[in-house]
Design a protein around this ligand. Structure first.
Ligand SMILES: Nc1ncnc2c1ncn2[C@@H]1O[C@H](COP(=O)(O)OP(=O)(O)OP(=O)(O)O)[C@@H](O)[C@H]1O
Length: 253
């Protein structure tokens, strides 16, 4: 591992019975990167995402976060170390308000539980922060609605606010644009582009326009294996990548 890497995967694998969905994938993500993982359907992207976020156990290999072995750590311990993730299958509390969803995530960050918020001033500051996060992700007039009343696209926006509320060093985004309208995707792209430069973003995404607009580094998976990692231009020009995508999606020019 290079001293400068925030995340390192060493020969990470995941098997389902005799089928290998992720096959000895190794890659590194440097701090501040906008790193995208792409690949044709079934390439293993979502499975790999689960291994990194901690929602799925690995079958083999090692995951290092800032040099620390997190391979066996549960999701909440990884959050404590500065990782936050949005998932394809929403993890929101649908019967709580939009604002409460962000506040609950902020509690995870402060790590003090509800007791830490006994001081009215501390609570007011958190509520202000949560409100401004919601404005930032494009939900300025939704704070007091139940999360369950949001549209699909708005839920995705809320998930990003929830993830940001934990002030992660590493933000993991699993197909954040899935099911979004072009306008919602454009707003989300802007939001991700405007995140603090020191925040590292690892993104699994089908929308290649979004990937090539945001990413400075792109990894392509194919049939569970690591095919290539490089700059967007390098990846776009790769004949191997074109072949992998043949018959599925064209790699955007
Ligand atoms: N729980 C599971 N049990 C068995 N096979 C699985 C399971 N989850 C995923 N797979 C298989 O693993 C392979 C990789 O799936 P995965 O969802 O990670 O791919 P993906 O690249 O995210 O695909 P997509 O772009 O279609 O979302 C697929 O062949 C899939 O059928």
């Amino acid at each position: 591992m290079n001293d400068l890497d925030l995340l390192e995967l060493r020969s990470v694998s995941r098997r389902f019975g005799s089928f290998t969905a992720v096959d000895e994938v190794s890659l590194t993500v440097r701090p501040g990167a906008r790193h995208a993982i792409i690949g044709p359907n079934g390439a293993g992207k979502s499975t790999l995402f689960g291994l990194i976020s901690g929602t799925r156990p690995v079958s083999g290999g090692t995951i290092l976060l800032d040099g620390q072995d997190v391979t066996r750590l549960p999701v909440h311990r990884r959050v404590g170390l500065g990782t936050a993730a949005t998932f394809q299958h929403s993890s929101l509390f649908l019967r709580e308000t939009v604002l409460e969803n962000v506040l609950l995530a902020a509690l995870l960050r402060t790590g003090t539980g509800l007791g830490g918020w006994r001081k009215v001033s501390a609570r007011a500051a958190e509520i202000d922060r949560a409100r401004s996060l919601l404005d930032r992700v494009g939900l300025p007039d939704r704070h007091d609605l139940m999360a369950g009343a949001l549209s699909h696209g708005e839920r995705r926006q809320l998930e990003v606010a929830v993830a940001l509320a934990t002030e992660p060093r590493l933000l993991l985004l699993d197909e954040p644009a899935a099911g979004m309208s072009p306008a919602e995707t454009a707003r989300l792209t802007e939001l991700i582009a405007a995140l603090p430069a020191e925040m590292t973003v690892l993104l699994v995404e089908h929308d290649l326009d979004m990937v090539f607009e945001l990413a400075d580094t792109v990894t392509v998976l194919h049939l569970g294996r690591h095919l290539i990692t490089g700059t967007p231009d390098h990846v776009r020009a790769s004949a191997e990548v074109q072949r992998a995508y043949l018959g599925t999606t064209e790699v955007a020019s």
